[in-house]
Each structure stands twice: as structure tokens, then as C-alpha cells.
Design a protein around this ligand. Structure first.
Ligand code: FAD
Ligand code: UDP
Length: 396
């Protein structure tokens, strides 16, 4: 194990702005009111609330070399803003979350649209009337599209799985074209083995609306996510240590309470078994042309190719640049835990961990990994705000 001083040095080397020195952060006799594990949305928002709203002293640690968790973005060597962990598009109906984050960023309106590459053609996804017309060379009206889908939809009395959800809306052929292959690649299992909540995230439409999300607020942070996180964490009561695993520091820092936003099963040394997660490998490329594709994201549902989607960031960020950067996503079983896998057996195991967590009231679990929930960013922020209101007690 590294010594405490090495750990602090490592934090210093990666980000001067958030570096802490041993005297001010760790040597202080008062220690910290909170140690927060993870500098993603969950950890950063809770740190800010506890520090600004309640006057608490907070130490945030992250084993990565940067803040922002999976929402981290950075300018690559060509000067193009990219998302290291794949495309992150902010969308929400929660005004409270917008109001909160707007204190740390201005916004760039961006309405996300996606094309899917099916049978050699690019068609709008989620499925809408244009998708059907392009795919089948038809000229359906929205009413015609409704009848078209109703004709093909399979009646399923008890909709339990991700397959049931789609087949009951669009029938088997469209399910196989758009959902079966993509889901098998993304999750490493058939949609019939996954909870209905997974494919329920994607709407099916019969009008011409080609937006990916239905949410009212759809924007990108004007200067990027990382800049927003820098502002969230810029409080004199917050210290951040990067390149620091919780395990290395847990016995070396004095703190009253712990907030853990890493995987809950890892915290308990997998004593009840391992919760399954799905991972991804990202292939980032910069190409010497102004654009690579015609839109921000193109999905590849076919099992004939191993990537699920390609993102071209300039559409998301609005950046102008003579070159363009793209990311291919390859799902994988091994690697960082990006997705909790929604299935009944996994929910049961998580419940067992939750019961164990209840016997440790000095620790609060939060975030996508701490809650083992397939949360979007806005849901994590909402959970973080609510959690702090529940646990914090003013110091003055
Ligand atoms: P994370 O961002 O995962 O942060 C947890 C942090 O804890 C990590 O930085 C990790 O290094 C750290 N950590 C874990 N264990 C330890 C330890 N032992 N010691 C120290 N540090 C530790 N949401 C949207 O709303 N819109 C999108 O378009 C969108 N796209 C996504 C695309 C992809 C490919 C992925 C994977 C997710 C996407 N999400 C999207 C979801 C979004 O990333 C999450 O909702 C959000 O980032 C979760 O924040 P968090 O703080 O809970 O977790
Ligand atoms: N999905 C699919 N085909 C697509 C896009 C999505 O089958 O072209 C399914 C797949 O199971 C995916 C789920 O719908 O995991 C949710 O999609 P979403 O875009 O919300 O996934 P995320 O962006 O969270 O990876």
C-alpha cells in the first residue's frame, strides 16, 4: 500500500486545482465531518450541499485521476471536447435539478436525435412514422403508422421482460431489427432475460417526433461537464484527493460519517456474492474531416458488428473544428462497472446488501453504483439532493 504522503502526492500530480496537502487536509486535528467516496455526480453534489448548505468539512476521494465520474469530459490532443466514458446528454423533467445545476453552469440547448443503421439504411430511432416509411418504402400518415404497428403488436398479458415490452408494441420483426441484437450486445444476454425497465427507456412513436428523449429540459453544460464539476467542488470546506482508493485511506483519515458512491458489494468485500455489472470499452478516434456522420449518435443493432453505437461529439457540444472526434462503444463483461444489470435475481441480491447496509447507519450509499440502479444523471442529482436533506444536521 502507498503511504499517506504518496497518496497525497499522487493527487497533486494529476490536478493541482484539487490537490490537498497533508497538513491542511489530513493532518488537521478536526479531521472531516464526511468522507465521500467518488467524485461523480452523486459524490460531488453531496459534497457541495454538505459544505455550502450545512458548513460541514468534506473530503472527497476518487481512485481515478479526475473528477466528474463517468460524466468526465476533456479536450483531447487535437483540442476537441470529448467524453472519456461515452456520450452524456443531460435531460430531465426535474426543475429542482435544473435550478441546482444552473448555479454551476450555463447551458447549450441540444435536442438529441439518433439514427439506427438497419439493413443498409439509416433510419430515425426511436421508431416513428418516418422510420417505418423509410424502412418499408411506405407513405404512412401517423394514423397509418398506428394501424401498422397495431397490426403487428403481439398481445402479451403479463409484460415482464424487455422482449415483452417491445414485441407488445411493435411486433417481432421490428423487435428483431432494432432491439434484439443491440440488447444482446449491450447486456450480453437476450432481452427475454432482462427486466422490462431496460427497453421501456425507449419510446415508440407514430408521429414524426425524432427526438431521443421526451424530457422538457434537454441541454449540455455550455463549457462541458468537467468545468461544471470544478465549480461544484470549489468550496473552501471541500478537499479532493484523486488517484486515491477508499481502501488506502479509510484507516488514515478521521471522519464522522462516510458516503460511498462506489459499488455497494465492493464495500462489503462481496461477502454476499458479486453483483453483476456490464462494462464497455471505448475506442476514441479523431478523423481529419469536418464531420464523420450526419448526426450525434448512430446505433448499430446488428450482431454482425461488435460496437453498439458511434458518437460524434461536435454535434453534442456545438464545437467548431476542422477535424472531428468519434467514439465507438464495445460492450464487455470485464472492466469498470458502468451498468447495474436490471434482473430480478440481481435486485434480490442488492436487497440483501441493502439490509446489511441498514446495520451500518454511519455509512450512506448513493449514486448509480451505491444504489445499484440504472440511473440517469438527473436522477443521481435528485437522489443526492434528497439524501443530504435526510442525513445532514447543521453545524451552526
Ligand atoms: P459515477 O459517475 O460512476 O462516479 C462514481 C465514482 O466513484 C467514480 O469516479 C469511481 O472512480 C469512484 N469510485 C468507485 N469506487 C471507488 C473507491 N473504492 N475509491 C475511490 N473512488 C471510487 N446519463 C444521462 O443522464 N444521460 C446520458 O446520456 C448518459 N449516458 C451514459 C453513457 C454511458 C456510456 C454510461 C456508462 C452512463 C451514462 N449515463 C447517462 C449515466 C451517468 O453516467 C450516471 O447516471 C452518472 O454519471 C452516475 O453518477 P455517480 O456519481 O452515481 O457515479
Ligand atoms: N436499445 C436497443 N436498440 C437501440 C437502442 C436501445 O435495443 O438502438 C435498448 C437496449 O437494451 C438499451 C436500452 O434499450 O440498453 C436502453 O437504451 P438507452 O439508449 O437508454 O441506453 P443507454 O444510453 O443508457 O446505454
Amino acid at each position: 500500500m502507498r503511504t499517506l504522503n504518496d497518496t497525497v502526492q499522487a493527487g497533486n500530480s494529476s490536478s493541482g486545482r484539487y490537490a490537498v496537502d497533508a497538513h491542511s487536509a489530513l493532518g488537521n486535528a478536526r479531521g472531516f465531518d464526511y468522507l465521500i467516496v467518488g467524485a461523480g455526480f452523486a459524490g460531488s453534489v453531496m459534497a457541495e450541499r454538505l459544505a455550502s448548505g450545512y458548513g460541514h468539512r468534506v473530503l472527497v476521494v476518487d481512485k481515478r485521476s479526475h473528477i466528474g465520474g463517468n460524466a468526465y469530459d476533456e479536450f483531447n490532443s487535437e483540442g476537441i471536447l470529448v467524453h472519456r466514458y461515452g456520450p452524456h446528454i443531460f435531460h430531465t423533467n426535474a426543475q429542482r435539478v435544473v435550478d441546482y445545476l444552473s448555479r454551476f453552469t450555463r447551458w447549450r440547448p441540444y435536442r438529441h436525435r439518433v439514427l439506427a443503421y438497419i439493413d443498409g439504411v439509416l433510419v430515425p430511432f426511436p421508431i416513428n412514422v418516418t422510420t417505418l416509411n423509410r424502412l418499408y418504402s411506405l407513405e404512412l400518415s401517423p394514423e397509418g403508422a398506428e394501424a401498422f404497428l397495431a397490426d403487428r403488436a403481439v398481445s402479451i398479458a403479463d409484460i415482464r421482460t424487455s422482449e415483452d415490452v417491445v414485441v407488445s408494441k411493435v411486433g417481432r420483426e421490428l423487435y428483431e431489427k432494432f432491439f434484439r441484437g443491440y440488447t444482446r450486445k449491450q447486456w450480453g444476454m437476450d432481452p427475454s432475460e432482462l427486466d422490462r425497465s431496460v427497453t421501456s427507456r425507449v419510446p415508440v412513436r407514430t408521429n414524426t417526433d425524432d427526438g431521443y428523449f421526451n424530457d422538457e429540459f434537454q441541454c449540455m453544460p455550455l463549457e462541458g461537464y468537467t468545468r461544471m464539476f470544478e465549480r461544484i467542488l470549489a468550496h473552501r470546506n471541500i478537499k479532493v484527493m484523486l488517484n486515491t482508493d477508499f481502501k488506502e485511506i479509510r484507516d488514515e483519515v478521521w471522519f464522522r460519517r462516510l458516503i460511498y458512491t462506489g459499488p455497494i458489494d465492493e464495500y462489503f468485500d462481496h461477502c454476499l456474492g458479486e453483483l453483476p455489472y456490464r462494462s464497455l470499452t471505448f475506442r476514441h478516434e479523431t478523423v481529419d474531416q469536418e464531420h464523420f456522420q450526419s448526426i450525434g449518435v448512430v446505433n448499430y443493432p446488428s450482431e454482425g458488428v461488435s460496437h453498439t453505437r458511434i458518437t460524434e461529439y461536435k454535434y453534442l457540444t456545438g464545437q467548431e473544428h476542422p477535424k472531428t472526434s468519434i467514439t465507438y462503444e464495445y460492450p464487455s463483461a470485464d472492466g469498470d462497472p458502468y451498468y447495474p444489470i436490471p434482473r430480478p435475481a440481481n435486485a434480490l441480491l442488492f436487497k440483501a446488501y441493502q439490509a446489511l447496509a441498514d446495520t451500518h447507519p454511519e455509512v450512506t450509499f448513493a449514486g448509480r453504483l451505491g444504489s445499484y440502479r440504472y440511473y440517469n444523471m438527473d436522477q443521481v442529482v435528485a437522489q443526492a439532493l434528497a439524501t443530504v436533506e435526510r442525513i445532514a444536521v447543521r453545524t451552526w
